[in-house]
Every structure is written in C-alpha cells, then in structure tokens.
Design a protein around this ligand. Sequence first.
Ligand code: SAM
Length: 251
Amino acid sequence: MKDYDSIAKNLLEHCPDPAKAYVLEIGSDAHGGMLQSLAPLVRKVVGINIIGNPSIDAPNASFCLGDIRHTDFADNSFDLAVSYAVFEHVRGIEEALEEIHRVLKPGGAFITTFGPVWSCMWGHHLWVRKPERHVYNQPPHLPPYCHLLMEPEDLRAELEGKHAAEVADEIVKFVYQSDEQNQVHHDAYVKMVKASKLEIVALRSHRNTKLEEAYLAGRDPLESYLERLEKKLGPGDYLSASLSLRLRKPG
Ligand SMILES: C[S@@+](CC[C@H](N)C(=O)[O-])C[C@H]1O[C@@H](n2cnc3c(N)ncnc32)[C@H](O)[C@@H]1O
C-alpha cells in the first residue's frame, strides 16, 4: 500500500490555502486511499477514475466513475486538480489537459507526478503484473530499452530458458502490447504541456539511478544505449523516469 498521506502532503505542498480548496483527484486508487488522505487537508474532494468504486469514510470526499478526457463537471468548478501515477496510463493526454483546463477555476492549479516510462530504460510497469511480480525485485531484469531497441522476437529469444515458456510469452506481450501504459515519450509530454492552455509553473524531471544501475548491471555502458536510441529514434530524454508538473489556469 502506498503512503498516500505523504503523497497527498507533497502534492499540496505549494498550494497557498488547501483548506479552502475544492479538489479533483484524477485516477483515484481502488481503495480510495488518496481521497481519504486528502479529505482532512482540503474543503472538499472528488475522485474520478474510469474504473473502481472505492468506499470512502469522509463526509467531504466522494468518487465518480468517469474519464478525465470528458467529464460532466461544470466549467470553472475546481480550485485544484491533483493526480499521482496516472498520466503514463492516460490515452489522449491533450484531451485530458484541455478538460482539466475547462474544469479548473481561473487561477486554479493542476499538480501531478507520474512516470513517463515508455522513453526510459524499463518502459513498462511489468512488475505490477502477476505472475511476474518478482521481475522487478529480482535481477536479471529485461534488457535496458528492449521495448525501443529490440524486436519482440529478439526479446523472446533473450528470455528463453529464464522463464517458463508461457511466462516469457506473457512478458513479451505485456512489454510491447499492454494498454496498461501509454507509449508517450518524456519529450512528447513536455511538448503537449507547453502547447496546452495551462501555464507551466514548475516542471521537474527525475532519473531513478538506482533502478538504472540494476538494469545496466552486466550490460553495455549506458552511453552505448543512448547512442543507439539517438540513432534509431533521434535525440531525446531517454533517462527521466518521473515527471512532476505544477500547471496553472491563467486568470
Ligand atoms: C497506476 S494507477 C494509479 C492509481 C492511484 N492514483 C495510485 O497512485 O495508486 C493509474 C490509474 O489511472 C486510471 N486512468 C487511466 N486513464 C484514465 C482516464 N482517462 N480517466 C481517469 N482515470 C484514468 C486507471 O484506471 C488507473 O486506476
């Protein structure tokens, strides 16, 4: 279980007066943990997700089933929109940004942290996938950047003998075809945010050097992967594993 109390506090860190804010939490977790943590800190909070039905024990918190790309909320409803670990899963980022802009009050903020995983070394959330939950914690991991540099059949060959055949098949399918994460690169997120109607107050990208080291152990040096990526896909940020944004609706 994530520490939603500290995630909620971090998301609200720079908000001038969260206790007065009506907040939209985008992509609420299945158990309503984040809604529960946000409730005592804000005036009112509503969560939205395309799936789920969390039970929440707080009078000022509620949940609605819905898609952040097209919601039923009135224009200028919210003082604040927040989300954690969601935007690597949303398909249609531009539509979502447009909708968030619509439902925020002028001067309202959108604060989010997520992983632009597709352009980084691992590219997926395989480790939350059963039965391969252990893949994340027990090296050897998949080859760095395999989703960008290797063909599926080459990855399948690489996994031969390391996993049961059906598990290896499932890993390959998940890495290349899973719709659990979008395939948006870090720089494309930044481009879409810059092109949106929301102003950028802060944009910070972070590497996960510990996980990079684990992926690179016994492999080629990082520079050789970066060279191959640049040759195949062009220049770009292939290292950032998380992106924190603080955006503001002008007005
Ligand atoms: C990795 S989960 C994160 C959940 C939660 N925020 C947390 O930190 O535990 C990503 C969530 O985003 C939701 N999601 C994906 N696309 C969405 C959309 N268009 N509108 C609302 N939620 C969406 C998914 O259903 C999923 O529950």
